[in-house]
Design a protein around this ligand. Structure first.
Ligand SMILES: C[S@@+](CC[C@H](N)C(=O)[O-])C[C@H]1O[C@@H](n2cnc3c(N)ncnc32)[C@H](O)[C@@H]1O
Length: 365
């Protein structure tokens, strides 16, 4: 009797405690203040975060590093820039040190301290290579540059964050972040002057690959109906090449569509749309727009990925934004528009290139 009353009492007590617990729990979870703690918002990766992850993985590959190290114009440009502009005793950051080569050049040039930052595992090789090459005053920082902090500002930020589309390796946000946090006022960014080009071009006849729907007579076979199946994949509309024998000529006189100085540029200052015209000085087919870059340190020290420059840095591809084929003659004017959702992501680019109509007197309308 006593036992069964005791059992009933404990069962009752347990159910009462359970109910109280449930009510308290429901009340806590429903509380607007505590809700985010119980249900934290899902982390959405931004395109910049996704790119950051890809970048670290991409540059861990030794083949990517050897392509860059084997690019003689690139190495010569950086070696000369560092010899010319880094002074003994200066404190230097090498943003994205890779195998540590630019940090080593700076150290040999007499820098008192070099901070060599890289978020990719390639930095482990950089540490070993520095030790084996007798480089002593380089401090390796195994992190993303946005997480780098230093007590005393530095004199120089050295970097090579140049993508095939110039801005697609996050050069502007990465350099601006370090510049604004850890560079001395009046400090040097090496290199700092960059230009992006987007020039109408003609390809060599034997290298041209028309869109499939432009093939109207392949020994009597017509592909024009394929236009109904225009691919949606943005990559289809770009060609990538390092080949100096692909482009026959620029159609007009090249001029940069964007020019920046990293000492002064603001992170979001790049224009969302550029429009420009080119007077045709070389007649021919308009096959596309060649995208390439120029980096400049001073008047006689520059580096380019131009498709028509024999001394181009070969490991960078130039890109061709494809166009429906048309022919132009000397004296015509082309109008080009480039709409850019995100300069770092060419998949968001849209472009047009059209011959400008002229009136009866031949004046461009
Ligand atoms: C184009 S490679 C240049 C490597 C080396 N500086 C050279 O010139 O041979 C760029 C390097 O920067 C690193 N990197 C890119 N963005 C970075 C960032 N924000 N912080 C740290 N490392 C970064 C990559 O992992 C890669 O090793």
């Amino acid at each position: 009797m006593l036992l069964s009353s005791l059992q009933r009492f404990t069962v009752l007590l347990a159910s009462w405690v359970r109910r109280l617990g449930t009510r308290t729990g429901n009340w806590l979870v429903a509380s607007p203040r505590l809700k985010p703690w119980f249900y934290p918002p899902l982390k959405v990766e931004t395109p910049a975060e996704k790119y950051r992850e890809f970048n670290g993985y991409y540059f861990a590959d030794i083949h990517e590093q050897e392509r860059m190290l084997g690019d003689e114009p690139r190495m010569e440009f950086y070696h000369r820039a560092i010899r010319r502009h880094i002074k003994p005793g200066q404190r230097v950051i090498d943003l994205g040190t890779g195998t540590g080569i630019l940090a080593a050049y700076a150290s040999r040039q007499g820098a008192s301290q070099v901070y060599a930052i890289d978020h990719s595992t390639i930095i482990e090789h950089a540490k070993e290579l520095a030790a084996e090459n007798g480089i002593e005053n380089v401090q390796f920082e195994d992190l993303h540059s946005t997480d780098f902090h230093v007590d005393e500002p530095v004199d120089v930020i050295l970097h090579e964050q140049i993508g095939d589309f110039l801005f697609d390796e996050a050069m502007v946000p990465n350099v601006c972040d370090l510049r604004d946090r850890v560079l001395k006022p009046g400090g040097l960014i090496l290199p700092s002057l960059f230009e992006l080009f987007c020039e109408p071009i003609t390809l060599h006849d034997d290298r041209r690959i028309p869109y499939i729907w432009e093939l109207k007579d392949v020994h009597g076979f017509d592909f024009s109906s394929m236009e109904r199946s225009r691919p949606e994949n943005p990559e289809y509309y770009r060609l990538s090449s390092c080949d100096l024998h692909l482009v026959k000529h620029f159609i007009g006189a090249p001029a940069p569509v964007v020019a920046i100085d990293l000492h002064t540029v603001e992170e979001n200052a790049l224009p969302p749309k550029v429009t420009f015209t080119r007077e045709v000085c070389n007649a021919g087919m308009v096959d596309g727009l060649a995208v390439y870059m120029k980096a400049r340190v001073d008047d006689d020290l520059e580096l380019t990925s131009s498709p028509l420059e024999p001394g181009r840095a070969p490991h960078w591809g130039f890109r061709i934004l494809r166009l429906d084929q048309s022919r132009v003659e000397v004296g015509d004017t082309l109008k080009v528009t480039l709409d850019v959702g995100d300069w770092a992501d060419p998949d968001t680019w849209q472009w047009t290139c059209r011959k400008q109509p002229v009136d009866q007197r031949g004046t461009v309308m």
